[in-house]
Design a protein around this ligand. Structure first.
Ligand code: DGJ
Length: 580
């Protein structure tokens, strides 16, 4: 078996030959490192900010399909591509691994100077199982399905508005109680990671791995297969009870409350310890999904221990008796983060998929108890540009990645997002320097939001949403965009950098001394290769006669010039002074 795998790796992959076989230490390969309260992704020894985009689910299953797309991705100022690798693609026959397509994707990403985050689409994806190879799907005795009772299935059936048919039986989801499925997934994942180390262990084109995709069960709150029922009637495993007791004061509040409501028991069945109903069933599923994933991650990290994460679109335990798509039960969501940590300690990051309008709430939820912010799936456009400033500035994000069907499916360039990425790319040296130090922050404001106060350095910044003004007097003001965003970095006692759009900023001192603050120098400019290149010296109209700093809205429809305008006008460096 090992010889065959080795043969298959070396023969099929010219990539391996150039990789050089030198020994790599853990500090050389992509890894995570703490800086103050932040966690940074280190690539080639330096902190790396992933300005990413996710391909459509199957974009990376064809090297030819991707050829015309790579240049567009580079143009969009993206430095990292999230690409799905499907189990059935790399192990179409049991024990026979084919990395040809994966090698082509790694080679072509590398030749476009792009990094890759690979998404291991294997046992589970979106609460279902469409990616395992046929030899797994067909052998349902050996690889058992999850079962639901009185749930609803198929989740997507029952046409718009049609009630979903009640359903009892096996569903197209492999049960987390299927040890053979787990071991087969782990073996394939291990083989892939061994191969990636062989062909990319020196170049580090692949910087992180997502294990499975949006894990959870739909159609019912838990698996009700015989193995699942036996486990549910049994005691809560000691490892989980030990973890809860050891971390009792630091548990995610929602989980703490669920456990408290049932009396903080330290042993008993799932219902005795967590009470009756959904949270208990969701915690039960979270544990067994986590235990399964832990085995897969272990197999992968044994070969090549680069950072590994999960992704999840839920903020917390659901309430629906029969979860539907996007609301699956048991996934790596904030409310279940402690259960996932206890069950899958090798997972480095719980990533958040957030398309809806609750970006601020989702970021807050997923950054509880020190979990780094990593956003594998979100939206682009002007909203994406505002969100990326907020993610990096307010939550020391590791990376940001719109998906929305896949960047390869976009018909027109996303100038707004590109402008946002350009701002972050220019500020990157400052951002990685200030992450985790309390000297950086950011806002995300909707038209309805009141001004926000930020304590940063020696001053309090009062940041307000600015409604775009009409170009001509008497014209109705244009409809305001839905989201304004700005990042602020305190680089000295009275010096700051600000970047973004759609806000005005007023200042007041927050340390003893003269009580009033004023704008001293304000210059707009850009960073060229890390060096600040000042442009206009702003005052008068451009600082509302000295009252406040203004980061203007990009004028819609200026697409190509938007980039150049934003990169020229989007960053301001200013100093403040105090008086009485
Ligand atoms: C979220 C999933 O994680 C993605 O793979 C994709 O299915 C999107 N939903 C919908 O395109």
């Amino acid at each position: 078996m090992r010889l065959r795998m080795l043969l298959c790796c070396t023969l099929m992959c010219p990539l391996a030959l150039v990789a050089g076989q030198g020994q790599t230490s853990a500090s050389d390969i992509p890894h995570l490192r703490k800086q103050g309260t932040a966690t940074q992704l280190i690539v080639d020894g330096k902190p790396f900010l992933a300005l990413a985009a996710e391909l459509s689910n199957t974009g990376a299953t064809s090297v030819e399909y991707m050829k015309p797309i790579w240049p567009k991705i580079v143009e969009a100022k993206v430095n990292t591509v999230l690409a799905g690798v499907s189990w059935n693609q790399i192990e179409p026959q049991e024990g026979k691994f084919d990395f040809t397509v994966l090698d082509g994707i790694i080679r072509d990403a590398r030749s476009h100077n792009l990094r890759l985050v690979l998404l291991w689409f294997a046992t589970w994806k979106n609460g279902q199982s469409s990616n395992p190879p046929g030899w797994v799907k067909r052998d349902f005795e050996r690889f058992p399905r999850a079962q639901i009772v009185g749930g609803t299935w198929p989740v997507f059936g029952g046409g718009e508005g049609q009630p979903r048919a009640p359903f009892t039986g096996s569903i197209e989801l492999f049960s987390p109680f299927g040890d053979a499925t787990r071991d087969a997934d782990a073996r394939a994942f291990g083989a892939m990671m061994r191969h990636i180390k062989a062909v990319d262990g020196q170049q580090h084109t692949v910087i992180m791995i997502q294990v499975e995709n949006e894990i959870g069960i739909q159609g019912d709150t838990r698996d009700r297969s015989p193995a699942a029922n036996k486990a549910f009637e049994g005691p809560v495993p000691k490892e989980l009870m030990d973890y809860l007791q050891q971390h009792k004061e630091a548990l995610i509040p929602v989980l703490h409350k669920v456990w408290e409501a049932a009396g903080f028991k330290t042993s008993g069945t799932w219902e005795e310890v967590f009470g009756k109903g959904r949270p208990a069933e969701e915690i039960f599923m979270a544990w067994y999904f986590a235990r399964y994933v832990e085995r897969v991650v272990e197999a992968g990290k044994t070969e090549y221990p680069i950072p590994m994460f999960t992704n999840c679109p839920q903020s917390g335990f659901g309430t629906a008796p029969a979860p539907v798509r996007g609301g699956q039960s048991g996934g790596p969501m904030p409310d279940a983060m402690d259960v996932w940590r206890a069950g899958a300690p090798r997972i480095d990051i719980f990533g958040v998929d957030v398309y809806g309008f609750d970006f601020v709430r989702m970021c807050a939820g997923f950054t509880q108890s020190g979990n780094p912010l990593w956003i594998p799936e979100t939206v682009g456009g002007l909203e994406g540009a505002a969100r990326v400033l907020y993610g990096f500035g307010r939550h020391d994000a590791i990376g940001f990645s719109p998906m929305a069907g896949g960047i390869d499916r976009r018909l027109a360039p996303d100038y707004d997002l590109t402008a946002g990425y350009d701002l972050i790319a220019q500020l990157a040296p400052l951002i990685v320097q200030h992450q985790g130090t309390g000297t950086m922050s950011a806002v995300l404001l909707e038209p309805k939001d009141p001004p926000q106060k930020i304590q940063l350095g020696n001053y309090t910044l009062t940041v307000a949403f600015v409604r775009p003004r009409a170009d001509r007097r008497g014209d109705p003001p244009p409809e305001p965009p839905t989201l304004a965003g700005a990042i602020f970095i305190s680089t000295g006692p009275d010096e700051y950098f600000a970047a973004g759009f759609g806000v005005s900023v007023a200042f007041s001192p927050n340390t003893p001394g003269p009580p009033l603050a004023g704008l001293d120098t304000v210059e707009e400019g850009s960073f060229v290769n890390g060096r600040w290149v000042p442009g206009r010296q702003l005052a008068g109209d451009d600082t509302i006669e000295g009252d406040c700093l203004e980061l203007k809205w990009p004028r819609k429809g200026e697409a190509p010039s938007l980039q150049s305008r934003m990169s020229r006008e989007g960053i301001q460096r200013f100093t403040l002074y105090r008086y009485r």
